[in-house]
Design a protein around this ligand. Sequence first.
Ligand code: GLA
Length: 659
Amino acid sequence: MRDRPTLRAATRGRVLFGGDYNPEQWPEETWHDDVRLMKDAGVNSVTLGVFSWSMLEPEPGERNFGWLDRLMDLMHTNGVGVVLATPTSAPPPWLGRLHPDTLPRDENGNVEWWGGRQHFSHSSATYRRYAAAITEDLAARYAGHPALTMWHINNEYCTVDHGDEAAAAFRRWLRAKYGTLDALNEAWGTAFWSQGYDSWDGILPARRPHYLRNPTQLLDFRRFTSDMLLECYTAERDIVTRHTPHIPVTTNFMPLFFGQDAWRWAEEEDVVSVDLYPDPRDPLGPQHGALIQDLTRSQARGPWMLMEQAAGPVNWRGVNHPKPRGLNRLWSLQAVARGADAVCYFQWRQSRQGAEKFHSGMVSHAGEEGRTFQEVKQLGADLAAISPKVADRRVTADIAILHDWHAWWAGSQDGRPSTHVDHAAVLHAWHRALWEAHLPTDFAHPEHDLTAYRLVVVPQLYLLTDTAIDRLRAYVDGGGTLVSGFLTGVADEHDRVRAGGMDARLRELFGIRVLHEWWPLEPGESVDCDGFRGTLWSEEIEPDRETVTETIPYRGGELDGLPAVLRRGRAWYVSTLPEPDALRALLTRVAAEAGARPVLDGLPARVEAVRRGDLLFLLNHSREPVTVDVPGTHRDLLTGATVTDTVALGRYGAAVLEP
Ligand code: GLA
């Protein structure tokens, strides 16, 4: 086992600043202009080679490294470190043409052709062989290059494959998991609808059936897909680390991406990195950003890397809004506040051709005079100013929000009580309540050790393993406070509904005697509760009057008088989704009782406060200037000014206060 290098091996105590650099799209004269502008903006890191496979290997087995040699040298000469990518997310057209077995198939069996990107089958032996070969040669060639600071494997792993080679791999995966067909039939509940398997060869990946799929088959297929992509990653990782054990390795996650068990993946990375694109028009954009940043920091268990963001508009929403003046800087500082040691972009120079030519770059089509680049320069100076201070400071939280991909996958099947219950939206709603209350949050997996937290919040974990349930009970028995939302603890790891509709140990924990029925609500419908309105969902619960210590009842309607919220000591259960103000009020109260404190009291609306060590980041997410009370004397690292008792923040303004 190698000693894992950390992000610090690449940052050397600075905040990395830069982005994906795709110079192969430009004539070499432009490279020199790029370097001039990078220096001007304080760029100290670029990611090269993400989509360069056809440049590096124009024909099968041929190698064309000359252009990359020149770039690596150019970057090094100019003090810019290189995060070098393996190019395996965009195979060259010849691979698909000569080896159609490398192409993935959708659930209908249709081929996903070349002409875009990510057209590879994770299970294809041919793809894996070619990917390993180019990775091997790349790693051997640049292992000793002084510009190399980090490896970036592939890009946003996400392909799903239903083809024949994937089917064979799925069967192998299932054999390893279940051992016997009897065990598989039992776990999948194949007695339902005559699905009993008499042969492994009869098992398919989750191809499209006539009507609803077997949900456990689908759950296992999602687990398998995540595992197969992870195998592709670890195969390339193992090649590069053989050449450069001291260089950290990452692969970039999409934010809260459905298809990857990111807890599991993060264990295999030296550096956890994420791509983050909140919508500039979305009033909750900064909360989405905070959620992804909290989640990524928790997966990294420390400093993490913002691998990609947009300096301006993206090109993949229906309407793609630019970032108003100041917003790029503000959201970048937000990432640093929440633990990022790298602020990077897709991409350095906006393309003039190709599918993403209307996606912004750090140097936009408007060029160096353009507002985008001018703001990038400003940000580069800001990051340089705070860099020496942030590197050794960590973000800490007393509250953990639990999230698990397996629960998300299992809960997202067809044929469920309400298709309007969206796991990610529920997670956002609960995080929002805590974010708006300025209560710092980590994320954790339900089987993690939770004892360090004062409060554990479960927005929704439809599936919980026995181990996780025991953890939650032990956590409360040990003095922790737990708040759980609805549709939690319903199913076991095979998506079998637990007796009573919710695990008996959890019902006991929350003081639920009988869970009679779920009463999902229509979109826009609400249900009155004492003091607030519930949305999305409600439940017909008979509390255990012997043990419950507090209830907040439903008012009116079919559930009149039954508990919407019930509590047994330090364990709370919320059987609806309270409106945002109500959920915030409830969690603020529970957090206070548990001893979890907000970062600051009395903040103006839309001002976010985050502590990274003893640095206080204040972020104004509005266009209105505000004044924030900050008792005492501080130094603002962004301006160098001394601040006493109050600090003024302009539109989208920020301060980084050192005591
Ligand atoms: C992702 C990808 C990039 C690019 C951007 C566009 O982050 O990794 O290659 O496509 O999206 O937003």
